[in-house]
Write a protein that binds this ligand. Structure first.
Ligand code: NAP
Length: 281
């Protein structure tokens, strides 16, 4: 059996067209969605991420504000800038690109962003809203994974979902979103002694580790949906995920590729959260 590919690029394009249409309605009402992206320092990967976010905003018809500061920007100055953006009616979402220079406390910075503008969904309050089922912003990568799973048409109710990884930005919110969709959820991590014992029972596996070949064909139940969040480099330096794609695609029913699976969805869900933030004002 060869699994159906879950195409994150195609789904992203479809969702971005919907987002652009919603943005056009808001703009006509004088409420153009606005996203501010703050970059501190010179991390090369961060520059690429920020460029892609700004381009995503522009393509969707958003107002896009990119603020770039030198690595020696003080924490106080950054917090002041966030306070100003919190009060700016043209801005509906604020994103501070991580990682920040060592002298700046990322938790302090995240908590300084108004909850109504926390489109990354990283604040303690946003996490609490997700945990308690209140309306709020879902962290973009797991939110994107949910959309990819939904696109298969498989109802998660009663299914067993196994998440590998328990980070605050991917693994834990992923588990909560799957739980909200009525799946039975298991979260595995580096202390899980035998991953295969759990993954072999799973109807859905989400791998979010950051290590190649964490999930191999012998660890997957035939017909499972496999979502690969990982971003790693193979021996040839090419981008690859956590899943042994060639082997697992022969066992799974649906699988995301890397690249072209979860990756494109993350910025799309950031745009979705921003348009939702503007609609709520
Ligand atoms: P992270 O903060 O490093 O968390 C990794 C998690 O994997 C941890 O919970 C860790 O367990 C667990 N882990 C490590 N080794 C393991 C093993 N051998 N077996 C089982 N679990 C293991 O990483 P992250 O931020 O969640 O990101 C995970 C991956 O997704 C990375 O490759 C990252 O680049 C990628 N990512 C992609 C996107 C995208 O847009 N495509 C977005 C975000 C992240 P402990 O908690 O016990 O240490």
């Amino acid at each position: 059996m060869s699994a159906q590919l879950i195409d994150g690029i195609a789904l992203s394009q479809k969702l971005r067209a919907e987002i652009a249409a919603r943005a056009a309605v808001l703009t006509a009402q004088g409420k153009q969605p606005g996203l501010a992206v703050i970059l501190v320092g010179d991390d090369p990967a961060s520059h690429v991420y920020v460029r892609n976010k700004v381009k995503g905003c522009e393509d969707a018809g958003f107002y896009s504000l990119k603020e770039q500061y030198p690595a020696d920007l003080s924490e106080v100055a950054l917090l002041e800038r966030i306070a100003a953006l919190n009060a700016d009616p043209k801005i509906h979402g604020i994103l501070v690109q991580m990682p920040l220079p060592k002298h700046i406390n990322p938790h302090k910075v995240i908590e300084a962003i108004s909850t109504t503008k926390d489109v990354d969904g990283y604040s303690v309050l946003s996490a609490g809203e997700l945990m308690t089922g209140l309306e709020g912003f879902r962290p973009c990568t797991p939110y994107g994974c949910m959309k990819l799973i939904e696109s298969t048409g498989v109802d998660l109710k009663g299914k067993h979902a196994v998440v590998i990884g328990r980070s605050n930005t991917v693994g834990k919110p992923m588990g909560l979103l799957l739980l909200q969709a009525n799946a039975t959820v298991t979260i595995c991590h580096s202390g899980t002694p035998d991953l295969g014992v759990f993954t072999r029972q799973a109807d859905v596996v989400v791998a979010a580790v950051g290590r190649r070949n964490v999930l191999t064909a012998d660890m997957v139940k035939p017909g499972a949906i496999v979502i690969d969040v990982g971003m790693n480099r193979n021996d040839e330096g090419k981008l690859c995920g956590d899943v042994d794609f060639a082997g697992v695609k022969e066992v799974a029913s649906h699988i995301t590729p890397v690249p072209g699976g979860v990756g494109p969805m993350t910025i799309t869900m950031l745009l979705m959260n921003t348009v939702e933030a503007a609609e709520r004002t």
